[in-house]
Write a protein of this length. Structure first.
Length: 342
């Protein structure tokens, strides 16, 4: 571990991921922030220069968290570390350990930090549209924009983990040890965003269940054929990664009294897979994109809503994405991905 930090700090787990990169760079740009970056791999050198401390370790390591408890003063946690959807289906028990037990460890750390320095600790948690589980294509079509409280019956381990952690966060924020004499309710200020599929120009898609959209673009830019694993008509909500990072920061800064719920939907656009193909073909005329649905992955995508209702986020903390479908591709994705493979 780096030197002790006794000034109020921000802990970011899973710091090496793209959202971690974006958050750290923006927080550093804003200035005056003491950032503690934690990841299972050594922190990227481009990030380390912005951090007051960098830690290589696992959120399942009890001794590591005990050392952090004694060495750092943490006022905000961005808990980004997770085992993602596709891998979680191959190792569901490992996913449960990382995604649930790891989150409990961090919530307990936040409670103890609050007890120590006497202030509520903000706990920022990225959730996912994977928490939804619609039973059929017809139900999906008829559901329209799904609210936070509808269809919470996930079919994937990742979705189950995320939904449970939303409830854990609400419990730790409002009901922790509610029968004990020394109840600590209020020690954690839990705030969560259910993200749609995130499309990035920076990271290469890693096989996630919603990665068919960016995979089309990356393949076309490299002149490689791409067989899409979902049907041409399938539709789920998406968002450009920069908007996701801004949303996390904006929710963290929102006055607590203005927040009417712990978990918020957000989204930007909901194209069909075929519409994404058409956008890519306009920019890469020689791209070869076909549709070869994988029944198992297709069924997962079919269980996610076509769109979500994010009116609460827009009302409570002013969520407003910069990138709609056209701008996301023309101004962010295509120029940067084209340059990446030039």
């Amino acid at each position: 571990m780096a030197e002790h930090i006794r000034k109020p700090g921000i802990l970011i787990t899973g710091a090496n991921g793209e959202m971690g990169h974006g958050l750290i760079e923006q927080l550093a740009h804003d200035g005056g922030k003491h950032i503690i970056a934690l990841d299972v791999h050594p922190i990227d050198e481009t990030l380390a220069k912005y951090c007051s401390a960098t830690i290589v370790g696992d959120i399942l390591e009890g001794r590591l968290l005990e050392r952090m408890q004694s060495e750092y003063e943490i006022h905000t946690v961005y808990h980004l570390a997770a085992l993602l959807s596709t891998r979680a289906e191959f190792t569901p028990e490992a996913a449960h350990r990382v995604n649930v037990e790891g989150t409990v460890n961090l919530l307990k750390l936040a409670i103890e930090q609050s007890r120590w320095h006497g202030q509520s600790v903000k706990f920022m948690f990225p959730s996912s549209i994977a928490v939804y589980g619609l039973p059929s294509k017809n139900a999906k079509k008829e559901a329209g924009k799904v609210t936070e409280t509808q269809w919470n019956m996930p079919t994937t381990m990742y979705g189950v983990n995320k939904l449970y952690c939303e409830h854990l966060g609400r419990y730790y924020a409002h009901h922790y040890r509610q029968l004990a004499a020394d109840t600590l309710s209020g020690g954690v200020d839990f705030r969560s965003i259910r993200f749609p599929g995130l499309i990035s120009a920076v990271t290469v898609p890693s096989g996630g269940t919603s990665d068919y959209a960016p995979e089309m673009l990356h393949a076309a830019a490299q002149g490689k054929p791409y067989a899409c694993f979902v049907r041409e008509d399938v539709r789920i909500p998406f968002m450009a990664m920069p908007d996701a990072i801004v949303a996390m920061l904006k929710l963290e800064l929102a006055p607590k009294q203005k927040l009417t719920q712990s978990v918020y939907n957000i989204t930007s656009f909901s194209p069909s897979a075929g519409e994404v193909k058409n956008i890519v073909l306009k920019e890469f005329n020689n791209a070869k994109i076909t549709f070869t649905p994988d029944d198992k992955r297709q069924s997962i995508v079919d269980s996610w809503p076509e769109d979500v209702d994010d009116s609460a986020a827009r009302r409570d903390w002013g969520f407003a994405p910069t990138y709609d479908l056209t701008r996301a591709f023309s101004e962010y994705l295509i120029p940067r991905i084209r340059k990446r493979y030039a």
